[in-house]
Design a protein around this ligand. Structure first.
Ligand SMILES: Cc1ncc(COP(=O)(O)O)c(C=O)c1O
Length: 465
C-alpha cells in the first residue's frame, strides 16, 4: 500500500503559477543568452499547451509547430496512446531498472525494432542521440581494432565529445578542442574522397546521415550505395545516423530504404519514444555486438544507468504501434510530396526562392541572392551583417503573422527547415503554403520585412561588437 504523505505536487498548478516568470527564471538560473535571443526576435509568447502538431500561447492562439521539438514529436505532442502507455507503466508498479535482471519491455521493443530492420540482429539502448553516437563509435573501434572514424562536412551527430568530434561545423567545435583523435572529415556526396580515406584501412567506421539535417542536404542518387560498396571493400563499418531521418520522417521507416542500403549499424533516437522520454538505440549486426560483449566479465563493459528504463521502452513500443495503426509514415510521404510540389511552384514567381527539396516531412526551403538591382542592395546589407540572416526575414513573419514555428537549417544557412509532426493534414498544408506565399511575396517588396532586416542587422552588429 502506498501512503500519501501530503507531498503530492500538482504540476499543472505549478506551471500556471510560474509560467509568466519563465524568462526571468532562465535569465537568473539558466541560459540568459537564449532568453535574449527569444526576446530579440519576438518569440516570447509563452507557450502554455501542446496538442498534436499545434502549440498554444498564453492568449490561447494556436501555432503550427514545424519544428516538433527538433523532430522528436513525430506523432505530435501528447498523443493519447503514448500518454496512456506512460501512465500504464506507472500504474503497473513495474520493477523498473533492477539492473541485476533484464528488462522485459526492452526485450519487446528490441524485437519489434529488429522486425522493421531485418538485416540487423541486435540493439543497444541509450538515452539520447549523442549517447547512441558515442556507443556506435566505441563498438566500431572495438569490433574492427581500428581507431579512425570518418564523418562528413556539415554533419551533425550531437554535442558530447565523441559526437562533437564528428561535427562538420566549426561553430560547434570552436573553444572545445582538443576533440578525440583520428576523426577524419570528408565532403558529403564525394565518393572519390571517401575512397581515398578508407583505402588507408585505418578507418573503423564511416558515420553519415542519409539526409543531412544541417542544410537539408540530400544524397546524390548513387551516393549511399557507393558508400556501402566502399565500406565493404575496405572493411569499414557503415553507420547510418537515422536519429533525425528515422521512424517515418522521410516517408519510409528508415531514410536508407529510399536508396536500398543495409548499413552495419543504424542509430535511432528522437521520435523513438514519441518525444516524451529521452531514448536512443544502436541497431547492429551480431558480430559487432559480440566483439564488445564477448565474455561474462565484460557483460557491463558499456552501458548507462537509465538506458532501457520502462518509461522510454513503453513509449517506444507505443510509438511503433501508432506509426502502423495510424499510417503515419504514409501520411508523411503524402503531405511532404504535396508541400515540396506547391512550395517549389513558387520559385518561378520569386527570385529570392532558389530551391525546395526534401523527402517526406524533412524539407528545406532555400533562399539566395536576388538578380534584380532593386533587391540586391538590401540583400547585401543583411548578409554583410550576418551570413544567413535573410532567413530570419522569413521565419519571424511566419511566426508573428502566420503563427507558424520554423527554424533556419544551421549557422549561416540560407535554408529554412520544416520537420513538423508526421500527423499534419491538408488544412495544415494549406496554412503553410499560404503563409510562405504571403511572406515571400512581402520579402520581394521594399517595406516592413526589410525594415525588420535593418533592425536585425543592427542587433547582429551590436552582438559582434
Ligand atoms: C542526425 C543527428 N544525430 C544526432 C543528434 C543528437 O541527438 P541528441 O540531441 O538527442 O543528443 C541529432 C540531434 O539533432 C541529429 O539530428
Amino acid at each position: 500500500m502506498t501512503v500519501n504523505t501530503g507531498a503530492t505536487i500538482d504540476i499543472a498548478e505549478l506551471f500556471e503559477t510560474h509560467e509568466s516568470e519563465r524568462f526571468n527564471l532562465h535569465s537568473r538560473s539558466l541560459n540568459e543568452q537564449m532568453v535574449r535571443v527569444l526576446r530579440t526576435i519576438g518569440y516570447d509568447v509563452g507557450f502554455c499547451k501542446g496538442s498534436g502538431q499545434y502549440l498554444y500561447d498564453r492568449k490561447g492562439d494556436r501555432y503550427l509547430d514545424m519544428l516538433s521539438g527538433f523532430g522528436v514529436f513525430a506523432l505530435g505532442r501528447n498523443h493519447p496512446a503514448i500518454r496512456d502507455a506512460l501512465k500504464s507503466v506507472l500504474d503497473a508498479d513495474l520493477p523498473n531498472l533492477v539492473q541485476m535482471d533484464v528488462s522485459t519491455l526492452a526485450g519487446v521493443l528490441a524485437q519489434r525494432l529488429l522486425a522493421l530492420v531485418p538485416h540487423l540482429d541486435k540493439v543497444f539502448f541509450a538515452n539520447s542521440g549523442a549517447e547512441s553516437v558515442e556507443a556506435a563509435m566505441k563498438f566500431a573501434r572495438a569490433a574492427t581494432g581500428r581507431s579512425g572514424i570518418a564523418y562528413c562536412s556539415h554533419a551533425f551527430h550531437g554535442l558530447t565529445y565523441g559526437a562533437l568530434s564528428l561535427n562538420g561545423d566549426e561553430v560547434f567545435r570552436r573553444g572545445f578542442e582538443p576533440l578525440i583523435p583520428d576523426c577524419v572529415c570528408v565532403p558529403f556526396n564525394d565518393l572519390t574522397a571517401l575512397d581515398k580515406v578508407l583505402s588507408t584501412r585505418r578507418i573503423a567506421a564511416f558515420v553519415v546521415e542519409p539526409i543531412q539535417g544541417k542544410g537539408v542536404i540530400l544524397p546524390d542518387e548513387d551516393y549511399l550505395r557507393g558508400v556501402q560498396d566502399l565500406c565493404r571493400r575496405y572493411e569499414t563499418l557503415f553507420i547510418a545516423d537515422e536519429i533525425q531521418t528515422g521512424i517515418g520522417r522521410t516517408g519510409k521507416f528508415l531514410a536508407g530504404e529510399h536508396w536500398d542500403i543495409e548499413p552495419d549499424m543504424v542509430l535511432l533516437a528522437k521520435a523513438l519514444s514519441g518525444g516524451h522520454v529521452p531514448v536512443g538505440a544502436v541497431m547492429m549486426r551480431k558480430w559487432i555486438f559480440d566483439k564488445v560483449f564477448n565474455r561474462m566479465d565484460r557483460a557491463v563493459v558499456h552501458g548507462s544507468t537509465f538506458s532501457k528504463n520502462d518509461l522510454a521502452m513503453a513509449a517506444g513500443i507505443a510509438t511503433l504501434e501508432v506509426l502502423k495503426a495510424e499510417r503515419v509514415t504514409e501520411n508523411a510521404a503524402r503531405t511532404g510530396d504535396r508541400l515540396v510540389r506547391e512550395l517549389s511552384a513558387m520559385q518561378e514567381r520569386y527570385e529570392l526562392l532558389k530551391n525546395v527539396r526534401g523527402k517526406g516531412l524533412m524539407i528545406g526551403v532555400e533562399f539566395g541572392a536576388p538578380s534584380s538591382l532593386k533587391l540586391r542592395a538590401s540583400w547585401s546589407m543583411i548578409e554583410a551583417a550576418s551570413k544567413g540572416l535573410f532567413c530570419q526575414l522569413i521565419t519571424i513573419p511566419l511566426f508573428k503573422e502566420h503563427k507558424i514555428l520554423t527554424q533556419v537549417a544551421g549557422h549561416g544557412s540560407h535554408t529554412i527547415k520544416l520537420i513538423p509532426s508526421l500527423t499534419i493534414n491538408d488544412a495544415d498544408c494549406d496554412w503553410i503554403v499560404r503563409a510562405f506565399d504571403e511572406v515571400i511575396a512581402d520579402s520581394h517588396k521594399a517595406g516592413a520585412v526589410w525594415s525588420l532586416g535593418k533592425t536585425l542587422a543592427q542587433h547582429a552588429m551590436k552582438a559582434r561588437a
